[in-house]
Design a protein around this ligand. Sequence first.
Ligand code: GLU
Length: 497
Amino acid sequence: MKNPFNEHVRVRFAPSPTGFLHIGNLRTALYNELLARHFNGDFILRIEDTDRTRIVEGGVENICRSLQATGVIPNEGIWLDEKGELFERGDYGPYLQSACRERHLEQAEKLVTMDKAYYCFCSTEHLDDLRKKQQAKKQPTMYDGSCRKLDPTEARKKVESGESHVIRLKLPKHGLISFNDIIRGKVTFDWSVIDDQVIIKSDGFPTYHLAATSDDNHMAISHVLRGEEWVSSTPKHLFIYEAFGWKIPQFAHLPLLLNKDKSKLSKRQSDVATEDYLKNGYLPEALLNFVALLGWNPSAEREIYSHDELVELFSVEKINHSGAVFNLEKLDWLNSQYIKQLPKKKYLKLARTYLETAITDDAYIDRCLLMLSDRIVRFGNVTDLAKDFLDLKKDYSGVSLTWKKQTTEDATEKLEALKELLESLSADDVAKMEKSESAIKSLILERGWTNGETLWPLRVALSGQEKSPSPFELLAIYGKDRSLGLLENALKHLRAS
Ligand code: GLU
């Protein structure tokens, strides 16, 4: 497809290493990757670690591992080598934001020289006081601009004498600023509601706004695809681009992720960490497919797409601007579809890694797992599902072994006859569904019984449940000895009742 943007696409995913990869960030990474691959462009991983208070040890490695596990792989920037050590690749580094501090500081000073930024010496107490007063008057909380008016020479002297300070952008105080967002169309803000943003903090570190803008320029980023929460920051970034005369990238702000009740998606790690979804037995392909459809769907008729198909069909223009509902039931459904499509060997291997059981009969476990393959929603609950078939029933309380109005005596008679029949079959025949099925059906015909009054007690005796796979399947899974043991248990229960 022709590139409507008419330039080499270079996009970046720029997370902060806060400890885990938020599922919303996985979507941001994926959309960036899809855009880059769609147009044979570059997809860069840059780590934004300038907010030193939010950094978590191992956070960068964790982000890389979660991206790797889901197959969203950058071709430039920070990555892991075979030994799991971080390294950088590409010509636009450093890709770790804190390593670019010199450049950020130089550019901040330059903005001061250009009268596009100023030193601010206001104390935290002054700023707190100001905020409280504004809150009391129900006014928007904004910096009052005290230091905006300082004489630049005086201000520089204070800085040179070591006085604690920050650097703020000197943003226009009135007028409008507009930009074109690929997803939202024309977005307009009134400068009067935008605060003079701090770009260098008193600890000497740049804030996100300067650092990200500077790095996007340095890395020749053509498109900035990021979360909606940054849309109101874009005017500040445009101000910096314009001050330096840099080429402005195209912006696309992705829709918020919402809970089903339309509230903002939880930030709790256990609900939103990509690695936890994988650990709980969602397949990476299913998770990726699900995340891709949060805010975009190439067709109303289809839900299942491979990664390559997503690349082929991706279009930023088609992303919705309204919030995307994070529907776990849909993820479960998608995952079960992917599980059903797994080759038998791979399915068994995966299910085995999640299954906890004391049973050591491998063939029996495999037969059980295969029976469950179209019921598993995620591998994390395979133990629960398999329990009913691996922990064989000794007690039938809570289920009815009798069919409709059937008497206990009648059910007992049927089970006794079935037990006798099974005893007469070889173990191999019981394990073959067709064999046991035809033997049982002949018995039913011969005796003039009905299917319900014969197969219901048999099925409940075998499964211990009123809803379960067919008795013939259960016989094949359990084999002769286990099945006979279960029939004996059910008979004991009937006789005692
Ligand atoms: N570090 C920012 C974040 O974690 C990146 C925002 C952007 O992509 O510009 O959300």
